[in-house]
Unconditional design. Structure first.
Length: 357
């Protein structure tokens, strides 16, 4: 079986690494799998791309398409054309896509038009907010996929409500395996510690979704909340390059006590999450990691795909209004570290490879 994997963004590198490890194990045991990795180039900065290949042992891409950034339509269109050409040349038996990015949708559409079977990892997630590009990407991908690998029973139920019942498998979350593997093994960056930032002594924030960064009122509300919190607790923000550019374009000033730092590699990011008193984010992956690590979380959105994270207010939805975010962060700061939840499924990568073989 020739398995073509399409990746392009930071979260996909992490998920693909877990599945690729399972593929290598299966091949070593005699499975006839040939893996072809295609990198669209959606994330191309070293801190957002190559560092993950190096750190996670992900195979070098067989094809690096170098698409880069652009508007949703332009970027997806360029990816669709380039990915289709690779598929025509390679003739894979299965096309594997992850998550909800433009790379996900481009890979799924190209495969569907060529009548190639599609496997979608992280299928069935729904925020029910169609204004989010990610929501459209995941819905469209699910409806053209032959294998739908769901991280939770909730995701499978979402698919059933949409009439998708064939090829649905609840396998658990591929990111969980890596989170457990890296938890406790990393340390905070030296420059953080030399600047007086210690474990349990800071709020960690990430901010990258277009619904927040492209809306000036929302972005100012979120940043304003982080600035107010930083009066009493240091705030560390590993900043997405596009968000840094947007802050400058909108002339949003951020005081030094809100530390805008470069993106972190996977191990350092897990260490930063583990060491935070509270995590503030609009990232689905970071919400999950906070949940698994027992760190109280505040999500600066009005909804989440990860409903399980809301149990016992481990994760609180605060939207983008400054006052609500500040109140949510302060409430979470008062809780202290939480017990880590019990996760029953922890071999998602292996299960995916077994079901595809």
């Amino acid at each position: 079986m020739k398995l073509m994997t399409i990746v392009g963004a930071r979260p996909q590198f992490i998920k693909a690494a877990a599945v690729e490890h399972a593929i290598r194990t299966a091949v070593a045991a005699g499975a006839g799998i040939r893996s072809v990795l295609v990198h669209t180039g959606q994330h191309y900065d070293h801190e957002m791309s190559q560092v993950f290949f190096d750190e996670l042992g992900l195979q070098a891409p067989d094809y690096d398409l170098g698409i880069g950034s652009g508007s949703h339509g332009a970027q997806t269109g360029q990816m669709l054309e380039a990915v289709e050409s690779v598929m025509v040349s390679e003739k894979p038996d299965v096309v594997l896509v992850y998550g909800d990015t433009n790379s996900t949708l481009a890979g799924a559409l190209a495969a569907a038009k060529l009548n190639l079977p599609i496997a979608h990892v992280e299928a069935g997630l729904r925020s029910y907010n169609r204004r989010m590009p990610e929501e459209l990407n995941r819905v469209l991908t699910d409806h053209v996929s032959a294998w739908l690998f769901c991280p939770t029973e909730t995701a499978a139920a979402n698919l059933q409500r949409e009439g998708i019942v064939n090829g649905v498998h609840v396998v658990g979350d591929v990111m969980y395996e890596l989170t457990v593997q890296f938890a406790g093994a990393g340390k905070l960056p030296d420059e953080w510690r030399s600047g007086g930032i210690e474990r349990d002594g800071y709020v960690l924030a990430t901010l990258h979704r277009a619904e927040n960064t492209d809306d000036e009122a929302r972005l100012r509300g979120i940043v304003g909340a982080l600035v107010e919190i930083s009066e009493t607790v240091p705030v560390m923000v590993p900043l997405h390059p596009r968000t840094r550019k947007t802050l400058k374009q909108m002339s949003i000033e951020v005081p030094d006590r809100v530390h805008l730092v470069n993106p972190l590699g996977y191990g350092r990011m897990i260490a930063a999450e583990e060491g935070a008193r509270v995590i503030v984010t609009d990232s689905g992956g970071v919400q999950k990691e906070a949940f698994w690590l027992g760190v109280p979380c505040v999500t600066v959105r009005g909804e989440t795909e990860w409903l399980e994270s809301l149990d016992e207010d481990r994760n609180v939805l605060a939207g983008s209004e400054k006052g609500k975010i500040v109140a949510a962060i302060r409430a979470q700061l008062s809780r202290g570290r939480l017990a880590r939840p019990h996760i029953s499924r922890s071999s998602a990568g292996s299960d995916i490879v077994r079901l595809l073989s």
